[in-house]
Design a protein around this ligand. Structure first.
Ligand SMILES: [Zn+2]
Length: 722
């Protein structure tokens, strides 16, 4: 049976952010017709309980037995009224329930519901939410109140609910209910933060389990009323800090219909990730349930003005090409005063609506798997102390180089943060390098480290840092023995799944390492790698920039070491000191497969510094280990994603043009011409460009070769198989 929620969805929440009750005065029929006909949505969110100061999440906009109405809704049942129009225009209706922001008054009337920090104080007193208000605990009796609200909501006949929260905030929760539940499970009081205490690590799991338990019970409430009803919450994304708020999208995916996370565009003083939408969507897809990537159509924190058209288009097209659905948050205010501002949505979502058939039942065609490990995010604190040295930015200005203090951070919490920051760069670095190199890859999660899952891939990449269980390590070893290839770097895999050291022979030998003598002194700048022969596009003797962090590794005999580290230099502008004996890259044959190991965190280095040689090392390594399925000759800012629609015998190639301004927010997208593409091992009848609405000439030659003459913003290339 085809569930509606498995189709490609164009979700929207279109708010009256200044006054929710204005909906009463609208001609709702006209409004919903506009949303369907002009904005081309097929699923809408409507507010059931608002996220409004001072925490009015306990007031409802509809008739719900036992709940008070939100001011302005005393005589108006917004859900039941709106639902009849949504049905008329074929729009699925989901209800937004605020589950994390409540007033102090409401909390005072319900002792025992608030989230409590390790110092015994309510979280909302120490950190007033949005300046005013508090928050409740998923393990407290508040959960029954929440389930009752969900039940009343589903009774209106809507298609499902989205829960905004609950959130297990940092340093939470130590309330009575949590203490009791923890003691039952672990026979002990809840510990305070201590990364060397196994009980603290158990508490990290306990927090995530508590979220999942809450969602599980909530789903039961929904399904009891409507067996096809949907439920989901903001699942959290790939960012390594997600453990702080107890979010793990994979763990939650068992009890919800969608994995949703935000990829909102915010103008900022720092660099903005060009692939934010793609990365979020691919990560969410990896959870195994439909992905929804959320964007808001406003200029960051300026919610009454629009985002530039190019930014919203880029976000939407990246998400769709990574096989996700989209959610867009907007405001009626903007539409009322500048209706033409919605034009990009009309165009983009209209195009997706018209071509929905090409977005259904996609199976990625990829040969490379990139691990995003949440157990590493939770527990990794590197044993390599050089990582904790304050190196400064390395920037030179007014004849002064910022070299930092050179002091080493000893505090464990701070070390954890440093590691998370590096992991974040590492994920972004590898993701960006692969996308720019037009390599077809999927993100895989800890739970996917199983032979039957990995066997679909030729290469597994474990980026820079990874905590892996003995079982997982064994699977990886077997994967390589059977002919797969592994790319890994720095101290990845040298920790257990709980972050305990595993610098052991059993693990090192797979990487081609005899032993690790230590680390080079951490220095930003002026340290190099040298190519020992013509390889990976480098000439013999070429110097390559080295990451501030690098390991002194002794390779096993019979390994291949085409790059060496140069001897370390203590500071910039000093003479070179020749080659060291330590390899920067080790290539190890193992069983029928190969392992390519970088003795430095190449992903994190590329992620933070974006030096082209690092991208070249990553992409050349992959091409060294396997023949690509698809070759795309185009600027790196062109993104290509390849899928098969099995039941339709066709291949779908999405092309997203990320070529635009060299600053954000984007104000234009520069068309790309003459994209040469070849795909191996397929036999094709026809190739059609959906955006250009024309057929493309091609040559069948042990695969297919063709040229896309022009790509403006986005295209769907449809290859009908013979
Ligand atoms: Zn609690």
């Amino acid at each position: 049976m085809a569930y509606w929620w498995k189709r490609p969805l164009r979700m929207m929440r279109w708010d009256y952010i200044d006054d929710f009750s204005r909906i009463k005065n609208e001609n709702i029929d006209t409004l919903v017709r506009m949303k369907k006909g002009k904005l081309h949505i097929n699923c809408e969110w409507i507010v059931g309980t608002p996220g409004v100061s001072p925490g009015l999440g306990y007031l409802v906009t509809f008739y719900a037995e036992g709940f008070d109405r939100y001011p302005g809704f005393e005589d108006f049942d917004s859900l039941r009224t709106y639902l009849s129009y949504a049905r008329k225009y074929g729009i699925r209706l989901l209800v937004y329930l605020n589950m994390h922001w409540f007033s102090y008054e409401f909390a005072d009337a319900h002792p025992g519901w608030e989230k409590i920090m390790s110092n015994g104080e309510p979280y909302g007193i120490v950190h007033p939410l949005y300046g005013n208000g508090t928050t409740f605990c998923v393990n407290s009796p508040w959960r029954d109140w929440a389930f009752k609200l969900m039940e009343e909501t589903m009774k209106t006949g809507v298609d499902g609910i989205f829960l905004d929260g609950p959130v297990v905030y940092p340093d939470c929760c130590y309330c009575e209910s949590c203490q009791k539940k923890f003691k039952e499970r672990y026979g002990s009081e809840i510990p305070k933060e201590d990364w060397q205490d196994p009980l603290w690590k158990a508490f990290i799991e306990f927090r995530e389990d508590s979220m999942a338990d809450f969602l599980k019970d909530a789903q039961e409430v929904v399904l009891r009323i409507n067996p096809e009803g949907v439920i989901f919450l903001n699942a959290g994304s790939w960012q390594p800090g997600s453990w702080r708020v107890a979010r793990d999208a994979k763990r939650l995916s068992r009890y919800q219909n969608f994995s949703l996370a935000e990829a909102f565009f915010h103008p900022s003083s720092g660099r903005i990730n060009l692939y934010q939408s793609a990365m979020t969507t691919k990560y969410l897809r990896a959870t195994g349930i439909p992905a929804v990537t959320a964007f808001h159509y406003c200029m960051g924190a300026w919610h009454y003005t629009f985002l530039p058209p190019e930014e919203i288009k880029l976000s939407v097209y990246q998400a769709v090409s990574c096989n996700g659905s989209i959610w867009i948050g907007g405001s009626t205010y903007r539409h009322e005063y500048k209706p033409e501002g919605c034009k990009p949505l009309n165009e983009t979502l209209g195009f997706l609506e018209k071509n929905e058939d090409y977005l259904k039942d996609l199976e990625s065609i990829s040969d490379t798997a990139l691990l995003f490990s949440s157990q590493t995010s939770r527990y990794y604190i590197s044993a390599i102390t050089e990582l904790y040295k304050d190196l400064g930015s390395g920037k030179e200005q007014d004849l002064i180089v910022d070299l930092g203090t050179g002091k080493t951070v000893v505090d464990w919490s701070k070390r954890k943060l440093i590691c998370e920051n590096l992991m974040s760069f590492s994920y972004e670095g590898y993701f960006t390098a692969l996308t720019r190199s037009h390599i077809m890859f999927d993100i895989v999660l800890d739970e996917d480290i199983l032979l039957e899952k990995l066997s679909k891939y030729k290469i597994l990449i474990i980026p820079d840092f990874a905590c892996l269980s003995d079982e997982q390590w064994q699977v990886i070893e077997d994967f390589v023995k059977d002919g797969g290839s592994l790319i890994t770097s720095f101290d990845a895999g040298l920790y257990s799944e709980k972050g305990e050291l595993r610098f052991i022979e059993e693990r090192l030998r797979l990487l081609g390492i005899k032993d690790i003598e230590g680390a080079f002194p951490a220095v930003r700048g002026e340290n190099y790698i040298i190519a020992k022969e013509d390889i990976f596009g480098f000439d013999k003797g070429n110097l390559i920039e080295r990451s501030p962090y690098a390991l002194k590794v002794k390779p096993l005999e019979r390994t291949y070491t085409p790059f060496l580290f140069m001897n370390p230099l203590e500071r910039v502008y000093t003479p070179l000191k020749g080659e060291s004996n330590f390899p920067a890259v080790i290539i190890n044959s193992y069983g029928k497969g190969k392992v390519l190991y970088f003795a430095f965190p190449i992903g994190a280095f590329y992620g933070s510094d974006r030096i082209g040689t690092q991208e070249q090392l990553i992409s050349a390594s992959i091409n060294y280990l396997r023949e690509p399925i698809i070759k795309v000759l185009a600027p790196p800012t062109l993104e290509a994603e390849l899928y098969r629609q099995k039941d339709k015998s066709r291949i779908i190639l999405f092309l997203v043009n990320n070529t635009g301004d060299m600053q954000r927010p984007l104000s234009y997208i520069n068309p790309v011409n003459n994209i040469e593409i070849s795909i191996k091992n397929i036999s094709i009848k026809s190739i059609y460009s959906v955006s250009n609405e024309n057929y493309i000439d091609f040559k069948n030659n042990n695969g297919v070769n063709f040229t896309v003459p022009i790509l403006k913003e986005f295209d769907i290339i449809v290859l009908e198989e013979e």
